[in-house]
Design a binder for this molecule. Structure first.
Ligand SMILES: Cc1cc2nc3c(=O)[nH]c(=O)nc-3n(C[C@H](O)[C@H](O)[C@H](O)COP(=O)(O)OP(=O)(O)OC[C@H]3O[C@@H](n4cnc5c(N)ncnc54)[C@H](O)[C@@H]3O)c2cc1C
Length: 553
Protein backbone atom coordinates (compact mmCIF):
# COMPACT_ATOMS: atom_id res chain seq x y z
CA UNK A 1 0.00 0.00 0.00
CA UNK A 2 1.56 3.33 -1.02
CA UNK A 3 1.80 6.13 1.52
CA UNK A 4 -0.61 9.07 1.43
CA UNK A 5 0.85 12.18 -0.16
CA UNK A 6 1.72 15.70 0.94
CA UNK A 7 2.00 17.94 -2.11
CA UNK A 8 3.74 21.28 -1.78
CA UNK A 9 3.59 24.00 -4.44
CA UNK A 10 5.89 26.97 -5.00
CA UNK A 11 7.39 28.67 -8.05
CA UNK A 12 10.54 29.73 -6.18
CA UNK A 13 13.03 26.88 -6.25
CA UNK A 14 14.74 27.87 -3.01
CA UNK A 15 11.56 28.13 -0.97
CA UNK A 16 10.22 24.91 -2.49
CA UNK A 17 13.45 23.13 -1.61
CA UNK A 18 13.35 24.42 1.97
CA UNK A 19 9.75 23.43 2.64
CA UNK A 20 10.29 20.05 1.02
CA UNK A 21 13.33 19.48 3.26
CA UNK A 22 11.38 20.33 6.41
CA UNK A 23 8.41 18.21 5.41
CA UNK A 24 10.65 15.24 4.67
CA UNK A 25 12.50 15.41 7.94
CA UNK A 26 9.24 15.17 9.91
CA UNK A 27 6.77 13.24 7.75
CA UNK A 28 8.69 11.06 5.29
CA UNK A 29 8.16 7.88 7.29
CA UNK A 30 4.37 8.11 6.99
CA UNK A 31 3.82 10.27 3.91
CA UNK A 32 5.24 10.62 0.45
CA UNK A 33 6.40 14.21 -0.07
CA UNK A 34 5.83 15.57 -3.58
CA UNK A 35 6.39 19.01 -5.05
CA UNK A 36 5.14 21.11 -7.96
CA UNK A 37 6.58 24.32 -9.44
CA UNK A 38 3.24 25.92 -10.38
CA UNK A 39 -0.47 25.74 -9.75
CA UNK A 40 -1.07 24.17 -13.17
CA UNK A 41 1.52 21.51 -12.49
CA UNK A 42 -0.01 20.80 -9.05
CA UNK A 43 -3.42 20.42 -10.65
CA UNK A 44 -2.04 18.07 -13.26
CA UNK A 45 -0.29 16.02 -10.56
CA UNK A 46 -3.49 15.86 -8.48
CA UNK A 47 -5.44 14.55 -11.49
CA UNK A 48 -2.83 11.88 -12.19
CA UNK A 49 -2.78 10.84 -8.53
CA UNK A 50 -6.55 10.53 -8.52
CA UNK A 51 -6.40 8.44 -11.70
CA UNK A 52 -4.09 6.05 -9.86
CA UNK A 53 -6.23 6.00 -6.74
CA UNK A 54 -3.55 7.63 -4.56
CA UNK A 55 -4.54 9.47 -1.40
CA UNK A 56 -3.50 13.07 -0.83
CA UNK A 57 -3.53 14.14 2.80
CA UNK A 58 -2.36 17.72 2.48
CA UNK A 59 -1.76 20.46 -0.10
CA UNK A 60 0.61 23.20 0.99
CA UNK A 61 0.84 26.05 -1.50
CA UNK A 62 2.56 29.42 -1.62
CA UNK A 63 0.06 32.22 -2.32
CA UNK A 64 2.35 34.30 -4.50
CA UNK A 65 2.79 32.52 -7.81
CA UNK A 66 2.42 33.86 -11.38
CA UNK A 67 -0.55 32.66 -13.49
CA UNK A 68 -2.30 30.74 -10.72
CA UNK A 69 -2.15 31.98 -7.15
CA UNK A 70 -2.01 29.64 -4.16
CA UNK A 71 -5.66 30.31 -3.37
CA UNK A 72 -6.67 29.52 -6.94
CA UNK A 73 -4.55 26.36 -6.91
CA UNK A 74 -6.12 25.11 -3.71
CA UNK A 75 -9.57 25.91 -5.04
CA UNK A 76 -8.92 23.74 -8.10
CA UNK A 77 -7.33 20.78 -6.31
CA UNK A 78 -10.11 20.80 -3.75
CA UNK A 79 -12.50 19.65 -6.48
CA UNK A 80 -10.35 16.56 -6.99
CA UNK A 81 -9.42 15.91 -3.36
CA UNK A 82 -12.22 17.45 -1.30
CA UNK A 83 -11.04 15.81 1.94
CA UNK A 84 -7.36 16.74 1.73
CA UNK A 85 -6.22 19.45 4.15
CA UNK A 86 -5.28 22.76 2.51
CA UNK A 87 -2.67 25.16 3.84
CA UNK A 88 -1.57 28.46 2.33
CA UNK A 89 1.92 29.82 2.74
CA UNK A 90 1.70 33.59 2.88
CA UNK A 91 3.73 36.73 3.31
CA UNK A 92 2.36 39.28 5.77
CA UNK A 93 0.94 41.30 2.87
CA UNK A 94 -1.15 38.33 1.72
CA UNK A 95 -3.08 37.93 4.94
CA UNK A 96 -6.24 39.29 3.35
CA UNK A 97 -6.08 36.66 0.55
CA UNK A 98 -5.71 33.97 3.18
CA UNK A 99 -8.72 35.20 5.13
CA UNK A 100 -10.83 35.25 1.96
CA UNK A 101 -9.49 31.76 1.18
CA UNK A 102 -10.73 30.38 4.47
CA UNK A 103 -14.27 30.94 3.27
CA UNK A 104 -13.95 30.50 -0.48
CA UNK A 105 -11.52 27.61 -0.69
CA UNK A 106 -12.21 25.90 2.59
CA UNK A 107 -8.64 26.73 3.65
CA UNK A 108 -7.70 24.84 6.80
CA UNK A 109 -4.84 27.07 7.82
CA UNK A 110 -2.40 29.72 6.63
CA UNK A 111 1.23 29.94 7.63
CA UNK A 112 3.51 32.97 7.56
CA UNK A 113 6.84 32.87 5.80
CA UNK A 114 9.44 32.24 7.06
CA UNK A 115 8.26 29.28 9.16
CA UNK A 116 11.46 28.97 11.21
CA UNK A 117 11.85 27.30 13.55
CA UNK A 118 9.60 24.57 12.06
CA UNK A 119 9.21 22.86 15.44
CA UNK A 120 7.28 25.89 16.58
CA UNK A 121 5.81 27.45 13.48
CA UNK A 122 5.20 24.59 11.04
CA UNK A 123 4.93 21.13 12.59
CA UNK A 124 2.34 21.80 15.31
CA UNK A 125 -0.14 23.09 12.71
CA UNK A 126 0.53 20.35 10.19
CA UNK A 127 0.57 17.62 12.88
CA UNK A 128 -2.88 18.58 13.95
CA UNK A 129 -4.23 18.77 10.42
CA UNK A 130 -2.72 15.41 9.45
CA UNK A 131 -4.01 13.78 12.59
CA UNK A 132 -7.43 15.13 11.80
CA UNK A 133 -7.23 13.88 8.20
CA UNK A 134 -6.03 10.41 9.31
CA UNK A 135 -9.03 9.99 11.59
CA UNK A 136 -11.39 9.77 8.60
CA UNK A 137 -8.89 8.32 6.13
CA UNK A 138 -10.08 5.24 4.28
CA UNK A 139 -7.22 3.50 2.42
CA UNK A 140 -7.85 3.39 -1.32
CA UNK A 141 -9.21 0.23 -2.90
CA UNK A 142 -5.93 -0.33 -4.72
CA UNK A 143 -7.45 -2.27 -7.61
CA UNK A 144 -9.36 -1.60 -10.81
CA UNK A 145 -11.98 1.16 -10.66
CA UNK A 146 -14.83 1.47 -13.13
CA UNK A 147 -16.22 4.98 -13.36
CA UNK A 148 -19.42 5.49 -15.30
CA UNK A 149 -23.08 6.27 -15.05
CA UNK A 150 -25.56 3.83 -13.58
CA UNK A 151 -28.05 2.51 -16.10
CA UNK A 152 -25.68 2.86 -19.06
CA UNK A 153 -25.36 -0.12 -21.44
CA UNK A 154 -21.65 0.48 -22.11
CA UNK A 155 -20.86 0.71 -18.39
CA UNK A 156 -22.92 -2.40 -17.75
CA UNK A 157 -20.93 -4.30 -20.43
CA UNK A 158 -17.64 -3.47 -18.68
CA UNK A 159 -18.96 -4.36 -15.20
CA UNK A 160 -20.44 -7.58 -16.52
CA UNK A 161 -17.18 -8.51 -18.26
CA UNK A 162 -15.15 -7.99 -15.08
CA UNK A 163 -17.56 -9.67 -12.71
CA UNK A 164 -18.00 -12.70 -14.96
CA UNK A 165 -14.24 -13.14 -14.88
CA UNK A 166 -14.24 -12.54 -11.15
CA UNK A 167 -11.88 -9.59 -11.53
CA UNK A 168 -12.42 -7.44 -8.41
CA UNK A 169 -13.21 -3.82 -9.15
CA UNK A 170 -14.60 -0.77 -7.42
CA UNK A 171 -17.64 0.77 -9.07
CA UNK A 172 -17.91 4.56 -8.91
CA UNK A 173 -21.04 6.33 -10.12
CA UNK A 174 -19.80 9.54 -11.71
CA UNK A 175 -23.08 11.26 -10.87
CA UNK A 176 -22.40 10.69 -7.17
CA UNK A 177 -18.69 11.57 -7.15
CA UNK A 178 -17.83 15.08 -8.22
CA UNK A 179 -14.07 14.53 -7.92
CA UNK A 180 -14.11 11.55 -10.28
CA UNK A 181 -16.32 13.48 -12.70
CA UNK A 182 -13.70 16.23 -12.76
CA UNK A 183 -10.95 13.69 -13.47
CA UNK A 184 -12.96 11.97 -16.22
CA UNK A 185 -13.77 15.32 -17.85
CA UNK A 186 -10.06 16.12 -17.84
CA UNK A 187 -9.34 12.87 -19.69
CA UNK A 188 -11.63 13.63 -22.62
CA UNK A 189 -12.11 17.40 -22.89
CA UNK A 190 -14.21 17.11 -26.09
CA UNK A 191 -17.04 15.36 -24.28
CA UNK A 192 -16.73 12.91 -21.44
CA UNK A 193 -16.27 9.34 -22.63
CA UNK A 194 -17.60 6.84 -20.13
CA UNK A 195 -17.00 4.39 -18.68
CA UNK A 196 -13.39 5.03 -17.74
CA UNK A 197 -11.49 2.08 -16.31
CA UNK A 198 -8.65 3.05 -13.99
CA UNK A 199 -5.85 0.63 -13.23
CA UNK A 200 -3.54 0.84 -10.23
CA UNK A 201 -0.65 1.03 -12.69
CA UNK A 202 -0.66 2.73 -16.05
CA UNK A 203 -3.02 4.73 -18.19
CA UNK A 204 -6.79 4.62 -17.76
CA UNK A 205 -8.92 3.19 -20.59
CA UNK A 206 -11.80 5.23 -22.01
CA UNK A 207 -14.86 3.32 -23.24
CA UNK A 208 -12.88 0.11 -23.67
CA UNK A 209 -14.23 -2.83 -25.64
CA UNK A 210 -14.23 -6.17 -23.87
CA UNK A 211 -11.43 -7.32 -26.14
CA UNK A 212 -9.28 -4.30 -25.22
CA UNK A 213 -9.99 -4.96 -21.55
CA UNK A 214 -9.10 -8.63 -21.92
CA UNK A 215 -5.76 -7.73 -23.48
CA UNK A 216 -5.02 -5.18 -20.78
CA UNK A 217 -5.80 -7.76 -18.11
CA UNK A 218 -3.36 -10.14 -19.73
CA UNK A 219 -6.03 -12.60 -20.91
CA UNK A 220 -5.17 -14.67 -23.94
CA UNK A 221 -7.21 -13.45 -26.91
CA UNK A 222 -5.34 -15.21 -29.74
CA UNK A 223 -4.61 -18.86 -30.37
CA UNK A 224 -0.94 -19.71 -29.99
CA UNK A 225 -0.81 -22.29 -32.82
CA UNK A 226 -2.42 -22.82 -36.22
CA UNK A 227 -3.25 -26.50 -35.57
CA UNK A 228 -4.62 -28.54 -32.64
CA UNK A 229 -5.69 -32.12 -32.05
CA UNK A 230 -8.92 -30.75 -30.63
CA UNK A 231 -10.68 -27.38 -30.75
CA UNK A 232 -13.57 -26.88 -28.33
CA UNK A 233 -16.00 -24.07 -29.20
CA UNK A 234 -17.58 -22.68 -26.03
CA UNK A 235 -16.28 -22.69 -22.46
CA UNK A 236 -19.47 -23.34 -20.52
CA UNK A 237 -19.49 -26.30 -18.15
CA UNK A 238 -19.51 -28.66 -21.15
CA UNK A 239 -16.58 -27.10 -23.02
CA UNK A 240 -14.57 -26.71 -19.81
CA UNK A 241 -15.09 -30.38 -18.92
CA UNK A 242 -14.10 -31.41 -22.44
CA UNK A 243 -10.92 -29.30 -22.20
CA UNK A 244 -10.01 -30.74 -18.78
CA UNK A 245 -10.37 -34.34 -19.96
CA UNK A 246 -8.79 -33.81 -23.39
CA UNK A 247 -5.75 -31.92 -22.11
CA UNK A 248 -5.24 -34.26 -19.17
CA UNK A 249 -5.23 -37.14 -21.63
CA UNK A 250 -2.53 -35.54 -23.74
CA UNK A 251 -4.50 -33.95 -26.57
CA UNK A 252 -3.26 -30.60 -27.80
CA UNK A 253 -6.43 -28.66 -26.99
CA UNK A 254 -7.70 -25.16 -27.77
CA UNK A 255 -10.77 -23.84 -25.96
CA UNK A 256 -12.44 -20.84 -27.60
CA UNK A 257 -14.93 -18.73 -25.66
CA UNK A 258 -17.01 -15.92 -27.13
CA UNK A 259 -17.69 -14.23 -23.82
CA UNK A 260 -16.54 -15.38 -20.36
CA UNK A 261 -15.80 -18.95 -19.27
CA UNK A 262 -18.75 -20.44 -17.40
CA UNK A 263 -21.47 -20.02 -20.00
CA UNK A 264 -25.01 -19.85 -18.67
CA UNK A 265 -23.93 -21.48 -15.44
CA UNK A 266 -21.45 -18.62 -14.96
CA UNK A 267 -24.38 -16.24 -14.52
CA UNK A 268 -25.88 -18.28 -11.70
CA UNK A 269 -25.42 -16.97 -8.17
CA UNK A 270 -25.77 -20.41 -6.58
CA UNK A 271 -25.86 -23.82 -8.21
CA UNK A 272 -27.17 -26.05 -5.49
CA UNK A 273 -27.74 -29.31 -7.31
CA UNK A 274 -24.26 -29.96 -8.68
CA UNK A 275 -22.68 -33.07 -7.23
CA UNK A 276 -20.15 -32.51 -4.47
CA UNK A 277 -21.18 -29.00 -3.38
CA UNK A 278 -23.77 -29.47 -0.63
CA UNK A 279 -23.86 -25.75 0.19
CA UNK A 280 -23.96 -24.80 -3.48
CA UNK A 281 -21.34 -23.08 -5.58
CA UNK A 282 -21.61 -19.89 -7.59
CA UNK A 283 -21.33 -20.34 -11.34
CA UNK A 284 -18.42 -17.88 -11.40
CA UNK A 285 -16.52 -19.91 -8.86
CA UNK A 286 -17.14 -23.14 -10.73
CA UNK A 287 -15.94 -21.52 -13.97
CA UNK A 288 -12.81 -20.13 -12.34
CA UNK A 289 -11.88 -23.50 -10.84
CA UNK A 290 -12.59 -25.38 -14.08
CA UNK A 291 -10.63 -22.85 -16.20
CA UNK A 292 -7.63 -23.21 -13.88
CA UNK A 293 -7.93 -26.99 -14.02
CA UNK A 294 -8.08 -27.07 -17.83
CA UNK A 295 -5.09 -24.74 -18.12
CA UNK A 296 -3.14 -26.70 -15.53
CA UNK A 297 -3.31 -29.69 -17.86
CA UNK A 298 -2.12 -27.56 -20.78
CA UNK A 299 -5.36 -26.60 -22.54
CA UNK A 300 -5.14 -23.18 -24.18
CA UNK A 301 -8.09 -20.94 -23.22
CA UNK A 302 -8.71 -18.00 -25.55
CA UNK A 303 -11.41 -15.44 -24.72
CA UNK A 304 -13.22 -13.37 -25.74
CA UNK A 305 -13.07 -14.99 -29.17
CA UNK A 306 -16.05 -16.06 -31.26
CA UNK A 307 -16.06 -18.93 -33.73
CA UNK A 308 -17.69 -17.30 -36.75
CA UNK A 309 -17.56 -20.17 -39.27
CA UNK A 310 -16.72 -23.84 -39.41
CA UNK A 311 -15.37 -25.50 -42.53
CA UNK A 312 -15.64 -29.27 -42.46
CA UNK A 313 -12.85 -31.16 -44.15
CA UNK A 314 -10.99 -34.41 -43.96
CA UNK A 315 -8.81 -35.08 -42.08
CA UNK A 316 -8.84 -31.44 -40.85
CA UNK A 317 -11.62 -29.05 -39.90
CA UNK A 318 -11.08 -25.30 -39.81
CA UNK A 319 -12.68 -22.68 -37.59
CA UNK A 320 -12.66 -19.02 -38.61
CA UNK A 321 -12.58 -16.65 -35.65
CA UNK A 322 -14.02 -13.16 -35.27
CA UNK A 323 -10.61 -11.50 -35.71
CA UNK A 324 -10.33 -13.18 -39.12
CA UNK A 325 -7.75 -15.74 -37.98
CA UNK A 326 -8.20 -19.46 -38.59
CA UNK A 327 -7.35 -22.54 -36.57
CA UNK A 328 -7.40 -26.10 -37.84
CA UNK A 329 -7.86 -29.34 -35.95
CA UNK A 330 -8.43 -33.04 -36.35
CA UNK A 331 -11.49 -32.86 -34.18
CA UNK A 332 -13.97 -30.19 -33.09
CA UNK A 333 -16.36 -30.26 -30.15
CA UNK A 334 -19.23 -27.79 -30.42
CA UNK A 335 -20.22 -26.82 -26.88
CA UNK A 336 -21.82 -23.48 -27.69
CA UNK A 337 -24.82 -24.01 -25.42
CA UNK A 338 -27.78 -21.70 -25.50
CA UNK A 339 -28.47 -18.00 -25.35
CA UNK A 340 -31.20 -16.18 -23.54
CA UNK A 341 -34.40 -15.54 -25.38
CA UNK A 342 -35.25 -11.87 -25.93
CA UNK A 343 -38.45 -10.37 -24.58
CA UNK A 344 -40.48 -8.94 -27.44
CA UNK A 345 -42.30 -5.99 -25.87
CA UNK A 346 -42.27 -2.31 -26.90
CA UNK A 347 -39.39 -0.35 -25.35
CA UNK A 348 -37.42 -3.34 -24.08
CA UNK A 349 -34.62 -3.37 -26.66
CA UNK A 350 -34.07 0.42 -26.31
CA UNK A 351 -33.66 0.18 -22.52
CA UNK A 352 -31.58 -3.00 -22.43
CA UNK A 353 -28.54 -2.24 -20.29
CA UNK A 354 -30.23 0.89 -18.93
CA UNK A 355 -32.31 -0.75 -16.23
CA UNK A 356 -33.29 -3.85 -18.21
CA UNK A 357 -30.94 -6.83 -18.15
CA UNK A 358 -30.82 -10.36 -19.47
CA UNK A 359 -29.31 -12.55 -16.77
CA UNK A 360 -26.69 -10.18 -15.30
CA UNK A 361 -28.10 -10.54 -11.79
CA UNK A 362 -24.56 -11.05 -10.46
CA UNK A 363 -23.08 -7.84 -11.79
CA UNK A 364 -26.09 -5.59 -11.18
CA UNK A 365 -27.56 -6.95 -7.94
CA UNK A 366 -25.63 -4.54 -5.73
CA UNK A 367 -26.85 -1.59 -7.83
CA UNK A 368 -30.42 -2.51 -6.84
CA UNK A 369 -30.09 -1.28 -3.27
CA UNK A 370 -33.49 0.00 -2.06
CA UNK A 371 -34.98 -0.22 -5.54
CA UNK A 372 -38.17 -1.77 -6.90
CA UNK A 373 -37.11 -4.62 -9.15
CA UNK A 374 -39.10 -6.85 -11.51
CA UNK A 375 -38.00 -10.30 -12.58
CA UNK A 376 -39.59 -11.80 -15.65
CA UNK A 377 -39.78 -15.61 -15.70
CA UNK A 378 -40.70 -18.47 -13.46
CA UNK A 379 -37.90 -20.99 -13.86
CA UNK A 380 -34.98 -21.73 -11.53
CA UNK A 381 -32.72 -19.09 -13.10
CA UNK A 382 -35.35 -16.40 -12.33
CA UNK A 383 -35.80 -17.75 -8.80
CA UNK A 384 -32.06 -17.70 -8.09
CA UNK A 385 -31.83 -14.13 -9.34
CA UNK A 386 -34.78 -13.08 -7.16
CA UNK A 387 -33.10 -14.53 -4.07
CA UNK A 388 -29.85 -12.71 -4.82
CA UNK A 389 -31.42 -9.35 -5.67
CA UNK A 390 -33.74 -9.48 -2.65
CA UNK A 391 -30.67 -8.98 -0.44
CA UNK A 392 -30.38 -5.44 -1.84
CA UNK A 393 -33.70 -4.37 -3.33
CA UNK A 394 -36.60 -2.82 -1.48
CA UNK A 395 -39.00 -5.13 -3.27
CA UNK A 396 -38.69 -7.85 -5.92
CA UNK A 397 -41.76 -8.74 -7.99
CA UNK A 398 -41.60 -11.95 -10.01
CA UNK A 399 -43.78 -11.83 -13.11
CA UNK A 400 -45.07 -15.26 -14.01
CA UNK A 401 -47.42 -16.02 -16.91
CA UNK A 402 -48.87 -19.20 -15.36
CA UNK A 403 -51.04 -19.72 -12.31
CA UNK A 404 -48.15 -20.62 -10.02
CA UNK A 405 -44.35 -20.82 -10.05
CA UNK A 406 -44.45 -24.50 -9.14
CA UNK A 407 -44.52 -25.72 -12.74
CA UNK A 408 -41.15 -24.21 -13.73
CA UNK A 409 -39.22 -23.87 -10.50
CA UNK A 410 -37.70 -26.40 -8.09
CA UNK A 411 -39.67 -26.91 -4.92
CA UNK A 412 -36.77 -25.84 -2.64
CA UNK A 413 -36.49 -22.50 -4.43
CA UNK A 414 -40.25 -21.78 -4.32
CA UNK A 415 -40.20 -22.41 -0.55
CA UNK A 416 -37.25 -20.10 -0.04
CA UNK A 417 -38.82 -17.33 -2.07
CA UNK A 418 -42.08 -17.66 -0.17
CA UNK A 419 -40.14 -17.26 3.07
CA UNK A 420 -38.44 -14.07 1.83
CA UNK A 421 -40.59 -11.08 2.84
CA UNK A 422 -39.53 -8.67 0.09
CA UNK A 423 -40.22 -11.03 -2.85
CA UNK A 424 -43.71 -11.40 -4.29
CA UNK A 425 -45.04 -13.64 -7.05
CA UNK A 426 -47.32 -11.88 -9.55
CA UNK A 427 -48.94 -14.78 -11.37
CA UNK A 428 -50.91 -14.63 -14.63
CA UNK A 429 -48.97 -11.46 -15.33
CA UNK A 430 -46.93 -10.46 -18.36
CA UNK A 431 -45.03 -7.42 -19.57
CA UNK A 432 -47.06 -5.41 -22.05
CA UNK A 433 -44.41 -2.70 -22.59
CA UNK A 434 -41.84 -0.65 -20.71
CA UNK A 435 -41.53 3.10 -20.20
CA UNK A 436 -38.46 5.30 -19.80
CA UNK A 437 -36.34 7.96 -21.51
CA UNK A 438 -32.69 7.35 -20.63
CA UNK A 439 -33.44 4.46 -18.26
CA UNK A 440 -36.28 2.24 -17.18
CA UNK A 441 -38.95 4.15 -15.27
CA UNK A 442 -42.02 1.93 -15.33
CA UNK A 443 -43.41 -1.34 -16.63
CA UNK A 444 -46.89 -1.78 -18.05
CA UNK A 445 -48.36 -5.09 -16.93
CA UNK A 446 -51.17 -7.16 -18.35
CA UNK A 447 -52.86 -9.25 -15.67
CA UNK A 448 -55.08 -12.25 -16.46
CA UNK A 449 -57.89 -11.34 -18.85
CA UNK A 450 -57.72 -7.60 -18.20
CA UNK A 451 -58.09 -5.80 -21.54
CA UNK A 452 -55.82 -2.89 -20.65
CA UNK A 453 -52.36 -2.86 -19.05
CA UNK A 454 -51.66 -0.92 -15.87
CA UNK A 455 -48.44 0.98 -15.23
CA UNK A 456 -46.24 0.51 -12.17
CA UNK A 457 -43.00 2.36 -11.38
CA UNK A 458 -39.91 0.18 -11.85
CA UNK A 459 -36.22 0.81 -11.28
CA UNK A 460 -34.86 -2.36 -12.86
CA UNK A 461 -36.07 -5.44 -14.67
CA UNK A 462 -34.23 -8.74 -15.12
CA UNK A 463 -35.42 -11.13 -17.82
CA UNK A 464 -35.15 -14.93 -17.64
CA UNK A 465 -37.55 -16.34 -20.23
CA UNK A 466 -35.63 -19.31 -21.53
CA UNK A 467 -33.02 -19.83 -24.16
CA UNK A 468 -32.44 -21.08 -27.71
CA UNK A 469 -29.39 -22.95 -29.10
CA UNK A 470 -26.36 -20.98 -30.27
CA UNK A 471 -25.68 -23.07 -33.32
CA UNK A 472 -26.07 -20.63 -36.23
CA UNK A 473 -22.37 -21.14 -36.99
CA UNK A 474 -23.17 -24.78 -37.86
CA UNK A 475 -26.06 -24.12 -40.23
CA UNK A 476 -25.34 -25.86 -43.52
CA UNK A 477 -22.35 -27.63 -41.98
CA UNK A 478 -23.96 -30.33 -39.82
CA UNK A 479 -27.53 -31.59 -39.43
CA UNK A 480 -29.67 -29.61 -36.97
CA UNK A 481 -33.19 -30.26 -35.71
CA UNK A 482 -35.94 -27.74 -36.58
CA UNK A 483 -35.25 -25.77 -33.37
CA UNK A 484 -31.53 -25.51 -34.20
CA UNK A 485 -30.16 -28.13 -31.78
CA UNK A 486 -27.38 -30.33 -33.18
CA UNK A 487 -28.32 -33.89 -34.10
CA UNK A 488 -25.81 -36.50 -33.00
CA UNK A 489 -25.21 -40.27 -33.00
CA UNK A 490 -28.39 -42.37 -33.07
CA UNK A 491 -30.55 -39.26 -33.64
CA UNK A 492 -29.00 -39.01 -37.11
CA UNK A 493 -30.08 -42.46 -38.20
CA UNK A 494 -33.42 -42.33 -39.98
CA UNK A 495 -34.90 -45.78 -40.49
CA UNK A 496 -31.42 -47.18 -39.84
CA UNK A 497 -29.96 -45.03 -42.64
CA UNK A 498 -26.85 -42.93 -42.05
CA UNK A 499 -27.05 -39.16 -42.66
CA UNK A 500 -26.68 -37.70 -46.14
CA UNK A 501 -23.05 -37.26 -47.15
CA UNK A 502 -21.77 -39.69 -44.50
CA UNK A 503 -18.95 -41.63 -46.19
CA UNK A 504 -17.52 -43.78 -43.43
CA UNK A 505 -18.16 -47.43 -43.01
CA UNK A 506 -19.52 -47.03 -39.50
CA UNK A 507 -22.39 -45.25 -37.78
CA UNK A 508 -21.74 -41.85 -36.20
CA UNK A 509 -20.44 -42.18 -32.64
CA UNK A 510 -22.76 -41.20 -29.78
CA UNK A 511 -21.99 -37.46 -29.73
CA UNK A 512 -20.73 -37.20 -33.28
CA UNK A 513 -22.57 -34.94 -35.71
CA UNK A 514 -23.38 -35.65 -39.35
CA UNK A 515 -19.74 -34.75 -40.15
CA UNK A 516 -17.10 -37.23 -38.91
CA UNK A 517 -14.79 -35.67 -36.35
CA UNK A 518 -17.20 -32.85 -35.41
CA UNK A 519 -18.93 -33.54 -32.09
CA UNK A 520 -21.64 -31.66 -30.19
CA UNK A 521 -22.25 -31.76 -26.47
CA UNK A 522 -24.09 -29.97 -23.69
CA UNK A 523 -27.13 -27.74 -24.08
CA UNK A 524 -26.51 -27.25 -27.82
CA UNK A 525 -27.11 -30.93 -28.50
CA UNK A 526 -30.55 -32.21 -29.47
CA UNK A 527 -32.16 -34.05 -26.57
CA UNK A 528 -29.61 -33.04 -23.92
CA UNK A 529 -30.65 -32.50 -20.31
CA UNK A 530 -30.27 -28.80 -19.65
CA UNK A 531 -28.28 -29.05 -16.45
CA UNK A 532 -24.72 -28.32 -15.35
CA UNK A 533 -23.96 -31.93 -14.45
CA UNK A 534 -25.38 -33.18 -17.74
CA UNK A 535 -23.27 -30.68 -19.69
CA UNK A 536 -20.14 -31.70 -17.77
CA UNK A 537 -20.93 -35.36 -18.42
CA UNK A 538 -21.51 -34.68 -22.12
CA UNK A 539 -18.24 -32.75 -22.45
CA UNK A 540 -16.18 -35.50 -20.87
CA UNK A 541 -17.97 -38.24 -22.87
CA UNK A 542 -17.33 -36.35 -26.09
CA UNK A 543 -13.59 -36.58 -25.42
CA UNK A 544 -13.94 -40.37 -25.25
CA UNK A 545 -15.53 -40.25 -28.73
CA UNK A 546 -12.77 -37.96 -29.98
CA UNK A 547 -10.17 -40.57 -28.98
CA UNK A 548 -12.07 -43.22 -30.90
CA UNK A 549 -12.24 -40.90 -33.90
CA UNK A 550 -8.57 -39.98 -33.74
CA UNK A 551 -7.66 -43.66 -33.79
CA UNK A 552 -9.16 -43.75 -37.28
CA UNK A 553 -7.39 -40.74 -38.86
C1 LIG B 1 -29.12 -18.22 -14.56
C2 LIG B 1 -29.02 -19.72 -14.75
C3 LIG B 1 -29.00 -20.54 -13.66
C4 LIG B 1 -28.88 -21.94 -13.81
N1 LIG B 1 -28.83 -22.71 -12.71
C5 LIG B 1 -28.65 -24.05 -12.84
C6 LIG B 1 -28.57 -24.86 -11.68
O1 LIG B 1 -28.69 -24.38 -10.55
N2 LIG B 1 -28.33 -26.18 -11.87
C7 LIG B 1 -28.20 -26.75 -13.09
O2 LIG B 1 -27.95 -27.94 -13.18
N3 LIG B 1 -28.31 -26.00 -14.21
C8 LIG B 1 -28.53 -24.66 -14.12
N4 LIG B 1 -28.64 -23.89 -15.24
C9 LIG B 1 -28.49 -24.53 -16.57
C10 LIG B 1 -27.00 -24.73 -16.89
O3 LIG B 1 -26.30 -23.55 -16.60
C11 LIG B 1 -26.78 -25.12 -18.33
O4 LIG B 1 -27.48 -26.31 -18.57
C12 LIG B 1 -25.30 -25.32 -18.63
O5 LIG B 1 -24.59 -24.12 -18.42
C13 LIG B 1 -25.08 -25.76 -20.08
O6 LIG B 1 -23.70 -25.83 -20.30
P1 LIG B 1 -23.08 -25.76 -21.78
O7 LIG B 1 -21.61 -25.71 -21.59
O8 LIG B 1 -23.64 -26.83 -22.61
O9 LIG B 1 -23.61 -24.41 -22.42
P2 LIG B 1 -23.49 -22.91 -21.92
O10 LIG B 1 -23.46 -22.84 -20.47
O11 LIG B 1 -24.58 -22.19 -22.66
O12 LIG B 1 -22.07 -22.45 -22.47
C14 LIG B 1 -21.83 -22.26 -23.84
C15 LIG B 1 -20.65 -21.32 -24.00
O13 LIG B 1 -20.31 -21.26 -25.39
C16 LIG B 1 -19.98 -19.92 -25.72
N5 LIG B 1 -20.22 -19.74 -27.16
C17 LIG B 1 -21.42 -19.72 -27.82
N6 LIG B 1 -21.23 -19.55 -29.14
C18 LIG B 1 -19.89 -19.48 -29.32
C19 LIG B 1 -19.07 -19.29 -30.48
N7 LIG B 1 -19.61 -19.18 -31.70
N8 LIG B 1 -17.73 -19.22 -30.31
C20 LIG B 1 -17.18 -19.35 -29.07
N9 LIG B 1 -17.90 -19.52 -27.95
C21 LIG B 1 -19.25 -19.59 -28.08
C22 LIG B 1 -20.93 -19.11 -24.88
O14 LIG B 1 -20.43 -17.78 -24.70
C23 LIG B 1 -20.95 -19.91 -23.58
O15 LIG B 1 -19.97 -19.48 -22.68
C24 LIG B 1 -28.79 -22.51 -15.11
C25 LIG B 1 -28.83 -21.66 -16.23
C26 LIG B 1 -28.97 -20.29 -16.07
C27 LIG B 1 -29.02 -19.39 -17.28
Amino acid sequence: MSKPIILTVDDEAEVLHAIERDLRSRYASNYRIMKARSGASALDTARKLKERDQSVALFLSDERMPQMSGTQTLEQVRRIYPDARKVLLTAYADTQAAIVGINDVGLDHYLMKPWDPPDERLYPVLDELLEDWSASYRPPFGGIRVVGTAWSPTTHAVKDFLSRRQVPYEWIDVDQDEAMREVCEGLSPNGTRLPVVFFPDGEPMLEPTTEQLAERLGLKTKAGHPFYDLVVAGAGPCGLAAAVYAASEGLKTLLLEADAPGGQAGTSSAIENYLGFPSGISGGDLARRASAQAQKFGAELVSPRVVRAVEAGFPYHTATLDDGSKVSCYSLIVATGMEVRRLEAPGVSELTGAGIYYGAALSEAASCRDLDVFIVGGANSAGQAAMLISRYARKVSMLIRGDSPASGMSHYLVSRIEATPNIEFLTRTQVHSVVGEARLEAVRLLVGDEPEPHEVPADAMFIFIGASPRTDVLEGVVALDPAGFVLCGPDLLKGGKRPAGWKLDRDPFMLETSVPGIFAAGDARHGSTKRVAAAVGDGSSAVGMVHRYLATV
